[in-house]
Design a protein around this ligand. Structure first.
Ligand code: GUN
Ligand code: ZN
Length: 442
């Protein structure tokens, strides 16, 4: 059935890090998005498109609504939902003290299903329609996640963590079982509904060279699947990788040696990468996920997003929450923190760049820019509608604003999930908040 939504529309046609506003921005002050069978079929000014619609096409009007592509979270751990805000340590201690404890509960199917449901509900309530998700080492955690994701009709990417050393025994697989389980899960879930599978070695320190080898092999044997991991997040982690892989010059070389770079590979963090490594990411088409709330929370360091995206050798970068080291489901909050991280690093991030990193830029990092991340005919109809009058403070603050860029900047500074009026997944309302109840339904 054909449906339509009406409001202001903001989307990106191109990369604001590389081209000017007249080329990258799509903005319609009073726009209409027409959808059918899960896809966008027409977008344009409401006064031009409305007369072309039949009288029977329902049009939902969002008076003070800003319609954006659904947010894309490029790196997140659903099993860590219960340890968000665990106090006081940097990466390795935090992993041992909290993460590896929480993740052991995910061989219990009910525990995993409950966490997956809550995670997806919160993501949708925050306007996030796609995420690249780490499960745990247990295939049960992957089944639980994809079952909920397929039910929600979402285009999510996820995979079983591969880890055969340096973690509690209950969380370890072996090179062989990791390979076998990954292969079986790819066959079960990749392409089921809108699901996509990501081969998921946790990071180089928790896999033996043998497992790293088999991980590269299973990824190569399944074209179209993803690969996700972590890189250069924390200085002690980098030292540890040097000790464990003394033959490799740097951290990225470890992944390269085991065939883990290329299109559809995405690495979280990259805070401390060297220029040589950025060059190599660019050359191989490997992407980075920028996780500002996580980097601040664990005291990992300041990712230099402008350096990563620079025109001379652009690396594909998407924004990410990295929950549970990250502290918010909201990509708006995450954009606000990305701005502050850039400030501390001596280079600002403007509102267009930040929104791009959470939409089309993230889709590009995931090689999905022809499918999601923009509002244009032919794209899947995943969108978020923000309510610019959601709170008294926002209403008051936006009175003094004169341009779209300023408006977006205020949103990423001041707003969070509570301004999400509706989230559309494949053309259907998957979460909504109405002013009477203030509740989310999913
Ligand atoms: N490096 C390896 N595993 C993890 C994880 O779960 N979270 C973060 N932030 N970094 C990691
Ligand atoms: Zn992570």
């Amino acid at each position: 059935m054909k449906t339509a939504i009406r409001g202001s529309i903001v989307s990106f046609r191109d990369d604001p890090f590389l081209v000017g506003e007249e080329d990258f921005l799509y903005y319609e002050q009073d726009g209409l998005v027409v959808m059918e069978a899960g896809k966008i079929t027409a977008v344009g000014p409401a006064d031009r498109l409305l007369p072309t619609l039949g009288d029977d096409v329902p049009v939902t009007r969002y008076g003070d609504g800003l319609i954006l592509p659904g947010f894309i979270d490029c790196h997140v751990h659903y099993p860590q939902t219960q340890i968000i805000g665990a106090y006081g340590k940097q990466l390795i201690d935090w992993l041992n003290k909290y993460t590896f404890v929480a993740e052991q509960n995910f061989s219990d199917r009910d525990h995993a299903s409950l966490a997956a449901h809550l995670f997806l509900k919160e993501a949708l309530a925050s306007g996030t329609t796609t995420a690249s998700v780490f499960c745990t080492v247990d295939p049960v955690s992957v089944d639980a996640f994809f079952e909920q994701s397929v039910r929600a009709g979402m285009r999510n990417i996820a995979g079983k963590v591969l880890m055969d050393r340096h973690a509690p025994a209950a969380l370890l697989d072996t090179a062989q079982t990791g390979y076998d389980q990954t292969k079986a899960l790819i066959e079960k879930w990749h392409g089921k509904g809108r699901s996509l599978y990501s081969v998921t070695p946790r990071f180089a320190p928790t896999s033996t060279p043998e497992q790293m080898e088999m991980t590269g092999a299973v990824w190569k044997e399944h074209p179209g699947t993803y690969l996700q991991s972590h890189i250069s997040e924390n200085l002690k982690e980098i030292e540890w990788v040097k000790e464990l892989y003394p033959d490799q010059q740097g951290y990225l070389d470890v992944y390269e040696a085991f065939g883990q770079l290329g299109p559809r590979a995405i690495y979280g963090h990259g805070v401390h990468l060297k220029e040589r490594e950025c060059q190599r990411l660019h050359e191989t088409g490997t992407a980075l996920a920028h996780c500002p709330t996580s980097n601040m929370f664990l005291g990992s360091g300041l990712f230099r997003v402008r350096n990563a995206a620079k025109a001379a050798r652009p690396v594909r970068v998407g924004l990410a929450t990295d929950l549970g080291a990250g502290t918010s489901f909201s990509m708006l909050r995450t954009m606000g923190e990305a701005y502050k991280v850039a400030q501390l690093g001596g280079a600002s991030l403007n509102a267009f760049e930040a929104f791009y990193l959470a939409t089309r830029g993230a889709a590009k990092a995931l090689y999905l820019e022809d499918t999601i991340g923009s509002i244009a005919p032919g794209m899947e109809a995943d969108m978020v509608v923000l309510d610019l009058k959601a709170t008294e403070l926002l209403r008051y603050r936006l009175q003094g604003v004169n341009s779209l860029e300023e408006q977006l900047f205020v949103l990423m500074t001041l707003a969070d999930s509570e301004i999400v009026r509706a989230t559309y997944v494949a053309g259907e309302v998957a979460a909504s908040r109405n002013s009477e109840s203030g509740r989310v339904s999913f």
